[in-house]
Design a binder for this molecule. Structure first.
Ligand SMILES: NC(=O)C1=CN([C@@H]2O[C@H](COP(=O)(O)OP(=O)(O)OC[C@H]3O[C@@H](n4cnc5c(N)ncnc54)[C@H](O)[C@@H]3O)[C@@H](O)[C@H]2O)C=CC1
Ligand SMILES: CC(=O)[C@](C)(O)C(=O)O
Ligand SMILES: [Mg+2]
Ligand SMILES: [Mg+2]
Length: 347
């Protein structure tokens, strides 16, 4: 385990150099990894594991995603089964169903979690909020987690590009004495670039905060607020969009992804630097109370309960899709369609 200095704080990190794929294969050579669910994380993790030479099977209910699994080369009766059959065959059972679906299938799945098996999650949700999910694993199995820090879609595309998305990992219950080895081996197997240590609770608190905050919720709120102010002051959609979103994603975000915020600033005009350094404080101060409120809502279990209640409805997918459609149909994101067409690389 490498000790790495993150801005002055020392943390444990497992890298591919320290934990090569061959070691992961050796540790899991007698295991059958059963990936339950073939939504977003399911395909990414299952296909990466298969390409990396592990014994993987998929469990998926009938329907559109089952057909997707078939199209990806999973063979019914050989490597593709019902959820129950896969849970029975697997020695490492991966809960890659939506967090709400995990609750509904748990009563059918838990009987297959016989002594010595491992129950694997990619989110701390089910265990941390166990009073709400009723997912209480038996004491004689390992309960482990590897949580890729990004979409399952990126996990797969970055793997195919020879890169690796980073993941966090945790052991909640070690019944076999092998839990940590199993965790790290599967973490390397799914194509993690490196693995950093966490707990189930810290993972879910940070994950729910991140996706509601800067990664997804706050970013749309921030961008829309600026777009609206520009539009209300007579700027055209193309100008408002370019100055709010396009320049950010195409020019400036890659710069601070590569070398940090100061380097992005340093590559902008001194006029921009002066203004950004003056305005970052007021934005921070305006947003911080909202972030604090969000974290409290995560910590209290309120965010988990909202997600459980809404995503357990039979028509949850249609309802989510309707809200996504409204976002897509908004002026800002319709402007984006035209702007994307105009990118020379798209012509
Ligand atoms: N989407 C992502 O990229 C990420 C997801 N995660 C975590 O990974 C896990 C899986 O998430 P996603 O891939 O987003 O899940 P998802 O929402 O794409 O659903 C996965 C599968 O659940 C099945 N499913 C839904 N309701 C069901 C039901 N009632 N009975 C049986 N099957 C049902 C669907 O057929 C689908 O194949 C979750 O714990 C999530 O928090 C972690 C990191 C990123
Ligand atoms: C992609 C990811 O890690 C998220 C945003 O937390 C999620 O999809 O739940
Ligand atoms: Mg996440
Ligand atoms: Mg998440």
């Amino acid at each position: 385990m490498a000790q790495m200095n993150f801005g002055g704080v020392i943390e444990n990190v497992m890298t591919r150099e320290e934990f090569p794929l061959e070691k992961a294969r050796e540790i899991l050579k007698d295991e059958v990894i059963a990936v339950l669910g073939y939504g977003v994380q399911g395909p990414g993790q299952a296909c990466n594991l298969r390409d990396n030479g592990f014994n993987v099977i998929v469990g998926q209910r009938q329907g559109k995603t089952y057909e997707k699994a078939v199209a990806d080369g999973w063979k019914p009766g050989e490597t593709l089964f019902s959820l129950e059959e896969a849970a029975q065959k697997g020695t490492i059972v991966c809960m890659l169903l939506s967090d709400a679906a995990q609750i509904s299938v748990w009563p059918k799945i838990k009987q297959y979690l016989t002594p010595g098996k491992a129950l694997y999650f990619s989110h701390g949700f089910a265990i941390t909020y166990k009073e709400r999910t009723n997912i209480i694993p038996p004491a004689d199995i390992d309960v482990i987690m590897v949580a890729p820090k990004g979409s399952g879609t990126s996990l797969r595309t970055m793997f195919l590009e020879g890169r690796g998305l980073n993941s966090s990992y945790a052991v909640y219950q070690d019944a076999t004495g092998r839990a940590k080895d199993r965790t790290l081996a599967i973490g390397i197997g799914i194509g993690s670039g490196y693995l950093f240590e966490t707990t189930f609770k810290r993972e879910v608190y940070s994950d729910l905060t991140g996706e509601r905050g800067s990664l997804m919720g706050a970013i749309q709120g921030l961008l829309l607020a600026q777009y609206e102010v520009l539009r209300e002051n007579g700027h055209t959609p193309s100008e408002a969009f370019n100055e709010t979103v396009e320049e950010l994603t195409q020019s400036l975000m890659p710069l601070f992804a590569k070398n940090g915020m100061d380097w992005m600033y340093a590559n902008c005009s001194t006029t921009a630097q002066r203004g950004a350094l003056d305005w970052m404080g007021p934005f921070h101060d305006a947003i911080k109370p909202v972030m604090q409120k969000l974290y409290e809502s995560v910590k209290s279990g309120n965010e988990a309960q909202i997600s459980i209640d809404s995503n357990s409805q039979p028509d949850y997918r249609e309802k989510l899709n309707a809200e996504l459609r409204a976002l897509r149909d908004s002026e800002m994101w319709q402007t984006a369609v035209t702007v994307r067409k105009l990118r020379p690389e798209n012509n």
